[in-house]
Each structure stands twice: as structure tokens, then as C-alpha cells.
Design a protein around this ligand. Structure first.
Ligand code: HEC
Length: 158
């Protein structure tokens, strides 16, 4: 009887431990809406950091708009050299001349998602988080692929 109780208790503790672990480790699926939920609710991207050489508002080039901010999650910032670590997310806020947020473009590195092109999931959102484009997008890859050796990242040398 006592043995059973102890066993039960151990099992309960084990299960609780597992729940906590999966909750903190859980990354979103490579899916536009799941990724938006993650960066707007689970791990608020505005609270992330910047690349040391690309902080705050920066001038940009077409097609992304005249000004932008690039937020990088902790996993990305911890990357040492190319490629970036799996789980890296970069969120780019694209502003118009009038300082109005026009669109949000995101790169998310997912193991096994698209090995031919650096395993990046690409997404474009409206300023309020509506998914406009997502996936293995040829347009995004075409431009960013010019720096495949830097793991498709253009604003920062890994
Ligand atoms: C015509 C070329 C071009 C296309 C197409 C393009 N980008 Fe970019 N992207 C750039 C350039 C150039 C930068 C560097 C910042 C700047 O100048 O705006 C950049 C920067 C970024 C960044 C910041 C991280 C980095 O790589 O430096 C993200 C995130 C991003 N783009 C996402 C996307 C997504 C998602 C798409 C497709 C929906 C896309 N881009 C399509 C040229 C392009």
C-alpha cells in the first residue's frame, strides 16, 4: 500500500516535471499564425534584443521600406558564426517615410524545414498580425540567398 502511494507520488512529480519542461521549450510550428501567436504572446518580440551592429531604427532598402528595426531572439543572438542556431527568429518591422509601421517580415530557423535553403521559414504580416505570405518563399530566398554563406542574413555578419 505504502509502496503504491510512493510510486504514485513519484509518477505525479515526474509528469509535472515534463509539463514544465515542454511548456518552456516549446517553439511554434513553421506556420504563419502559430509563429505570430508565439512572437506576439508567448515571447513578445519587442522585448528581444538587436544585433550589436544593427540597433533600433535603421535605414533600409527596397523592397522592405525606407526604415526598419530588426529584433532578434536570444537563440539568434547566441549564435556564434554562420549558420544561425536552430530556433533563431528575426522580426523586421518595416516603416514608411511617415514613421508608420507598414509590414512585418519574419525569418524563423526550423531544423529540417527546408535544408536546401538554410532551413528558414519566411513570413510576411500586416502591422496587426494578419499572415500575408508564408513558407519557402522564392521571393525572399532569391534576395537573401545572395548571402547564403552568411545563413541568408543581410543586416549582420554572423
Ligand atoms: C529585393 C530583395 C529582398 C526581398 C525580395 C526580400 N528581402 Fe528581406 N531583406 C532585404 C535587404 C536588403 C535586407 C536588409 C535590410 C534592409 O535594407 O531593409 C533584408 C532584411 C530582412 C530581414 C532582417 C534580417 C536580415 O536578413 O538581415 C528579414 C527578417 C527579412 N528581410 C525578411 C524577408 C522576408 C520574410 C521576405 C519575403 C516575404 C523578404 N525579406 C524579401 C532584401 C530583400
Amino acid at each position: 500500500m505504502q509502496k503504491k502511494m510512493i510510486l504514485g507520488l513519484l509518477l505525479a512529480i515526474l509528469l509535472m516535471g515534463c509539463t514544465v519542461l515542454t511548456a518552456s521549450d516549446e517553439m511554434p510550428e513553421p506556420d504563419g499564425d502559430s509563429l505570430w501567436g508565439y512572437i506576439s504572446e508567448v515571447s513578445l518580440y519587442q522585448s528581444w534584443g538587436f544585433w550589436s551592429d544593427h540597433q533600433g531604427m535603421q535605414d533600409g532598402r527596397a523592397p522592405h521600406g525606407p526604415q526598419h528595426k530588426v529584433f532578434v531572439n536570444q537563440t539568434g543572438l547566441m549564435s556564434v558564426g554562420a549558420p544561425a542556431q536552430y530556433g533563431t527568429i528575426e522580426v523586421k518591422e518595416n516603416y514608411g517615410n511617415d514613421n508608420v509601421l507598414k509590414a512585418i517580415t519574419v525569418m524563423y530557423k526550423v531544423r529540417g524545414y527546408n535544408p536546401a535553403d538554410g532551413d528558414w521559414f519566411w513570413a510576411k504580416y500586416s502591422p496587426t498580425g494578419t499572415t500575408l505570405k508564408q513558407g519557402k518563399l522564392d521571393g525572399c530566398i532569391g534576395c537573401h540567398g545572395t548571402r547564403a554563406a552568411n545563413d541568408f542574413i543581410l543586416v549582420h555578419e554572423l
